[in-house]
Design a binder for this molecule. Structure first.
Ligand code: GAP
Length: 513
């Protein structure tokens, strides 16, 4: 049985071998935590983005999209709080010279206690069978109580330290709990320091007059500064939302775990502007809607959970994450934040411009409150790939690697094969390709045996393969082979489009929301 770590390594290798994800500028040995998407990766990524965009902008008549520039006036980031407060607490191990996020070291320790508790509960559940009273067990078992008390104490100190911005207390938690460096195994830690995550560059040709500017660490600010432009030109009435997909940049201290934590990544964000006082109603609405969006992909409902924030970001009065079970544990894929009027108020203050909204119904002007949904494209990509990657033992003893991607998101929808190149079969297969290519991303392949061609399509997650054989010339039927079941059926060529459309239609997916 493969460990989750091995599965993850295999997935990374698979992503490279089959044109999904490559290390950036690989011929120069790559650039840490920066990746390129290959020919299949970009298709999957575009499909994810389309699913998100359509769910927001098509399905909500009060949500519109924009595409703001990455570079913004530097005062934007002063107003947003990122210049002063977009920091991670870092700590170095003096022996290994490795750098860590102090908060992550502590969170991992808390997660270890949670795991220990769950293991005790699982063991007991097996032992007691149907008579098991989990609540009673948790409340009375000495070992569980001990772990829980320890966990709660660390958690209490941790939340207080974060909220007080107390860096020496963060270090004290690490020392008191004897957290060691995973590389050197020692407790020889430096002090904890704050590290700003924004990349900077300069704009202007003259060194004296060049202006320091930032690469945006979130796309959201491009929406805030355009709030009134969109509201006025689109004659939008509150409540309404502005959606955007775009690149964001963060100089992450610890950039590990493949495309989970990158220095250049892509976000899909939506700011929903509401009346002050109505924000919790909308926070709950978007929380549920976003979870539905994830679950509709069919990766398994049990792989998702909400996780409320221990420490609220400088702009939020409520926040939760949607976490997904990756091979290295439950991790954040999306954040849903109630950002109050923090951003708009500060942009008013720093720009000196009036950003208030006149509510004709209430006959008053106010600064709207904002609910934000913010999801990483790359993390969504990783969650889908991680749950799709499957190694299956076949009846003939061979193993097939198959990506069980949701068909609607698969990079290639249909593989089209002539059984042999001769006897006019290629011509028929080419004609099918020509007919279907307007609606579906197809791939024509006439090399190697049919079995090998199926395997190649399995490996990139193509849900359907169509084979043209000699019989086709007589009955105008082809064989469709289904990726997951490997079942085959013969259907009329002129029915292909309707059959396939039913199975890969974005509309059917969106209708579930
Ligand atoms: N505007 C709010 C915001 O940016 P966030 O929780 O910092 O909130 C939102 O980021 C999402 O962006 C995360 O849930 C994650 O999916 C993605 N994300 C953040 N940092 C990332 C990184 N370094 N690499 C990949 N994705 C990242």
């Amino acid at each position: 049985m493969l460990s989750q770590e091995d599965v993850f390594k295999k997935l990374i290798a698979h992503c490279k071998e089959y044109g999904f994800v490559f290390p950036s500028s690989e011929i120069y040995d790559g650039l840490s935590a920066v990746y390129d998407y290959g020919q299949n990766g970009v298709e999957l990524k575009n499909n994810i983005k389309k699913y998100w965009w359509d769910s927001m902008v098509l399905l909500h008549e009060n949500v519109v999209g924009i595409d703001a520039a990455i570079f913004m006036h530097p005062t934007t980031w002063k107003a947003s709080g990122h210049v002063d407060a977009f920091n991670d607490p870092l700590i170095d191990n003096k022996d290994s010279k490795k750098r860590y996020r102090a908060d992550v070291l502590i969170e991992e320790l808390i997660a270890k206690y949670d795991e220990k508790i769950e293991k005790e509960v699982e063991k007991a559940a097996k032992r007691f069978g149907e008579n098991f009273d989990e609540k009673l067990f948790r409340a009375t078992n000495e070992r569980v109580k001990e772990h829980q008390a320890k966990r709660d104490e660390i958690h209490r100190r941790y939340v207080k330290a974060l909220n007080d911005n107390d860096l020496s207390e963060l270090r004290a938690i690490i020392i008191d709990n004897e957290i060691v460096c995973p590389v050197s195994g020692t407790k020889n830690w430096t002090e904890v320091r704050q590290f700003n995550l924004m990349f900077t560059t300069e704009m202007g040709s003259n060194a004296d007059s060049a202006m320091k500017i930032y690469l945006r660490p979130e796309t959201a600010q491009g929406i805030f500064v355009n709030f009134l432009n969109v509201q006025k030109t689109g004659r939008m009435k509150i409540p309404f939302g502005i959606a955007q997909i775009g690149k964001a940049f963060r100089n992450e201290i610890v950039a590990r775990q493949f495309i989970f934590r990158m220095r250049e990544f892509e976000q899909m964000e939506m700011q929903f502007f509401v009346r002050p006082g109505e924000e919790m109603k909308w926070f709950d609405y978007w929380k549920e809607y976003r979870m539905k969006w994830h679950k509709a992909l069919g990766l398994g409902d049990h792989k998702y959970r909400f996780h409320d924030h221990d420490k609220l970001a400088h702009y939020a009065n409520a926040a939760t994450d949607i976490e997904f079970e990756l091979p290295f544990g439950f991790k954040e894929i999306e954040g849903i934040h109630s950002r109050t009027d923090f951003d708009l108020k500060n942009h008013e203050k720093y720009s000196g411009k009036n950003l208030k909204y006149y509510d004709a119904e209430l006959k008053e002007s106010y600064t709207p409150y904002v609910i934000e949904t913010s999801i990483g494209v790359d993390r969504t990509f990783l969650s889908i790939m991680a749950s799709a990657y499957t190694e299956e033992k076949l009846d003939d003893g061979e193993t097939r690697v198959v990506l069980k991607l949701p068909p609607v998101l698969a990079p290639v929808k249909i593989g089209i094969f002539p059984l042999v190149k001769k006897d006019g079969l290629s011509e028929v297969a080419h004609q099918i390709f020509e007919d279907l290519k307007f609606d579906f991303k197809c791939f024509y392949d006439d090399k190697d045996s049919i079995g090998k061609r199926y395997r190649r399509q399995d490996a990139i997650g193509t849900p359907f393969c169509i084979t043209v054989d000699h019989q086709t010339l007589e009955d105008e039927k082809v064989t469709i082979r289904y990726r997951d079941s490997m079942k085959q059926e013969r259907v009329k060529i002129d029915q292909l489009s309707a059959i396939l459309n039913e199975k890969v239609s974005m509309k059917n997916l969106l209708k579930q929301l």
